[in-house]
Ligand binder design. Structure first.
Ligand SMILES: *[C@@H]1O[C@H](CO)[C@@H](O)[C@H](O)[C@H]1NC(C)=O
Ligand SMILES: *[C@@H]1O[C@H](CO)[C@@H](O)[C@H](O)[C@H]1NC(C)=O
Ligand SMILES: *[C@@H]1O[C@H](CO)[C@@H](O)[C@H](O)[C@H]1NC(C)=O
Length: 301
């Protein structure tokens, strides 16, 4: 077992987080087997903080530090549960209205995504609110004018109603520009020590068949600000290289892959290649070499 894992010092500056985000996703679905008809999830800086669905009917913390919110707001989780139950009713109505407007039956999905971003240096706050149906935008709040926009004609009736409801518009605006950022700051304070940590990933190589691309997978890293690339003889290469997105794992860490086509590279030249992972805030690169014996394949031996 001589896995070549080594850390090298490099000159990448430690990036400081200045932009924080609070994001909520509500999803109602009809007719999706073994999936709850309503799910709500909350995220702070892309880390899941809360979860509720129509089966458990309870809003629960997904981070230990989210329990601490109750020390300041004793009824926080009860209130979040009530909100979840109320939203569930509204969303079940909304998905039916949408299905009628589109003359649809069967399996459909109705979603809302809203939240805010707060720059802790400038204090600037940007809120957004979007409603989607079957994965496409249905209604969007214009973040500058705070007016509703309907990319689909089926939502015209709804936004005409909403645009005349001054009261609701003002509430929406004050939530997205003030309340949201106030809660976000609170959450960031409780989660600060957990969210300031850095976890380096474990790295593995995968290749479906001898002719397919080699994927270098880094998983278990935190935060989700990272770079990954391939290097040959110490120089970054782009030819035949493909980069995947940073994706969340279930445990609050992240994963990412970068792919390379080595099919025309003779095996003796493979050691010239390195997969490099860089985590924001950490001055050491995680470097691995795609040695043949380290590559996992689907092929039976
Ligand atoms: C709605 O769909 C049904 C069946 O798919 C069709 O018979 C009907 O004409 C549609 N109605 C409208 C208003 O499009
Ligand atoms: C959160 O609560 C735990 C246990 O009650 C406590 O030890 C910890 O210091 C609290 N953390 C914050 C950030 O308030
Ligand atoms: C890899 O590159 C070779 C040419 O060097 C090409 O023939 C092959 O299709 C590429 N494979 C993939 C999976 O892109």
């Amino acid at each position: 077992m001589t896995t070549l894992i080594f850390l090298l010092l490099s000159g990448i500056p430690a990036a400081l987080t200045v932009t924080h985000s609070l994001k909520y996703f509500y999803t109602a679905s009809s007719g999706v087997p073994s999936f709850p008809s309503y799910v709500s999830v909350g995220f702070v800086n892309d880390v899941q903080i809360s979860y509720c669905d129509s089966n458990i009917n309870k809003n629960i913390p997904k981070q230990d530090w989210m329990n601490n919110v109750s020390s300041e707001h004793p009824n926080y989780w009860e209130e979040e549960t009530l909100t979840c139950r109320e939203k569930q009713k509204i969303f079940k109505k909304n998905i039916n209205i949408a299905k009628q407007r589109f003359n649809h039956t069967g399996v459909h999905v109705f979603q809302q995504m809203y939240g805010c971003e707060w720059d802790d240096e400038t204090g600037e706050v940007r809120g957004y609110d979007q409603i989607g149906y079957d994965g496409e935008d249905l209604i969007i709040l214009d973040p500058w004018t705070h007016q509703w926009i309907a990319p689909k004609p089926q939502a015209d009736i709804t936004i005409q109603k909403w645009d005349h409801d001054r009261n609701a518009l003002e509430l929406e605006k004050s939530y997205l520009t003030q309340t949201c950022a106030e809660w976000l700051q609170k959450y960031v304070n409780y989660g600060r020590s957990s969210m300031m940590r850095t976890d380096l990933p474990s790295v593995s190589f995968l290749q479906k068949s001898p002719s397919s691309v080699v994927s270098c997978l880094a998983t278990g890293f935190y935060p989700n600000r990272a770079e990954m690339f391939w290097r040959k003889d110490g120089k970054e290469i782009h030819d035949g290289v493909d980069k995947g997105e940073i994706l969340p794992n279930n445990d609050g860490t992240f994963q990412m892959s970068v792919y390379i086509n080595l099919s025309s590279v003779p095996p003796e030249d493979w050691p010239k290649y390195e997969c490099v992972f860089q985590l924001s805030g950490v001055n050491a690169d995680v470097i691995h070499r795609p040695e043949k014996r380290r590559i996992l394949t689907n092929k039976c031996k």
